[in-house]
Design a protein around this ligand. Structure first.
Ligand code: SAH
Ligand code: SF4
Length: 362
């Protein structure tokens, strides 16, 4: 519930408005999951709230911890569908990578999530539930304490956030609320494959940082790698980015560029990339391709990535290569969920998806 929806529900139940504010703080600032612990509410009010609302968390199906500190949770929601959330600690920040959908309707050819059949939007509650669950497990309550471990959120998990705009926007407004988790918009980054009509809306409404899954700088290649390009080609995407509200040197667009051996990693690609984004305040994020069983690509070699990165660096963009994290716990997009489905299928001996069949063959 948004703050306003909560207030309406509380006043409709005949309670004064300030009760909504008390409840909000218990939930979003203190992370309580039981009405009984809400010490400034009388017993009758607690009982009334318990009748009206439920306070829960997604169930943790798997919890994996990498030797580098990355934690990955496979979460199960009330209807049994699953999605992944990953916590990536760094020296000066801790980033939570959250999912916006179960699976993804898009089929980017290098992405494992795109091979998963089941797709639905996550609700705002399920999106926030990932943040609450992580804060529980990281010991981050009450929200906003100086030594907090979760400092940033990236919408880079499963799904295309701009295909689930309303729920994503509602969830981000909740976690940005100063009365609750209180994360600033500057600490939230939304990654999109390029749903052009929603980009301006996200900028104007939410003002979060924008990351674009670019991956190719020619329409023919991007049509293949990121098929939404057929609908919204590069020229339209770049134009929408150029017009993204509030861009400055302090607030730049992140261009995600997955390094695929012999596919998009030549010097010509690099030069075309630099030309394409010229004049837009930008960060370039070169992502070593994280292979998955049956994936049709290989990661570019280290020398190639370094040569590409050197050109990017020379053009004035700092530290462009993303360090792979959590490789030992299948931390790349969609991998844990697929592994869990595979286990289940092996146990039950039922039909396999194409990617699973390919995995078995390798
Ligand atoms: N759907 C959104 C957000 C989720 S994907 C989007 O596409 O932007 C987050 C990032 O991970 C995207 O840049 C995506 O292209 C990248 N990605 C997906 N699979 C990958 C893989 N196997 N190796 C490296 N990066 C991958
Ligand atoms: Fe979906 Fe993003 Fe994966 Fe493409 S890269 S299939 S948009 S999750």
């Amino acid at each position: 519930m948004s703050a306003r929806e909560l207030e309406e529900a509380v006043t409709e139940a005949g309670l004064p408005k300030f009760r909504a504010r008390q409840l909000w703080r218990w939930v979003w600032r203190h992370g309580l999951t039981s009405f009984d612990e809400m010490s400034d509410l009388g017993k009758p009010v607690r009982a009334q709230f318990a009748d009206m609302f439920s306070l829960g968390r997604p169930a943790v199906t798997q919890r994996l911890k990498s030797s580098d500190g990355t934690i990955k949770w496979l979460l199960r929601f009330a209807d049994g569908s699953e999605a992944e959330t990953v916590y990536i600690p760094d020296r000066h920040r801790g980033t939570l990578c959250i999912s916006s959908q179960v699976g993804c309707t898009l089929t980017c050819s290098f992405c494992h999530t795109g091979t998963q059949k089941l797709v639905r939007n996550l609700t705002a509650g399920e999106i926030c539930g990932q943040v609450l669950l992580a804060m529980d497990e990281l010991g981050d309550w009450p929200a906003g304490k100086p030594e907090r471990r979760l400092t940033n959120i990236v919408l880079m998990g499963m799904g295309e956030p701009l295909f689930n705009y309303d729920n994503v926007a509602k969830a981000m407004r909740i976690v940005m609320s100063g009365e609750g988790v209180g994360l600033s918009k500057r600490r939230i980054t939304l990654s999109t494959s390029g749903v052009v009509p929603e980009i301006a809306r996200a900028g104007a409404d939410l003002g979060v940082n924008l990351a674009i899954s670019l991956h190719a700088v020619r329409d023919d290649l991007r049509d293949e790698l990121v098929p939404i390009n057929r609908k919204y080609p590069l020229a339209e995407l770049i134009e929408a980015c150029r017009n993204y509200p509030g861009l400055s040197n302090a607030r730049r667009i992140t261009w995600e560029y997955v390094m695929l051996d012999g596919v998009n990693d030549s010097d010509e690609d690099c030069a075309a990339l630099l030309k394409l984004i010229r004049g837009i305040p930008s960060k370039i994020n070169l992502i070593p391709f994280n292979p998955w069983p049956g994936s049709p690509y290989e990661c570019s070699g280290n020398n190639r990535i370094e040569a590409f990165a050197a050109k990017v660096l020379k053009a004035g963009y700092a530290s462009p290569v993303r360090t792979p994290r959590g490789r030992d716990i299948l931390a790349a997009c969609g991998q844990l969920k697929s592994a869990s489905e595979r286990d289940r299928r092996h146990r039950t001996g039922t039909g396999k998806t194409a990617s699973v069949a390919a995995a078995d063959a390798t």
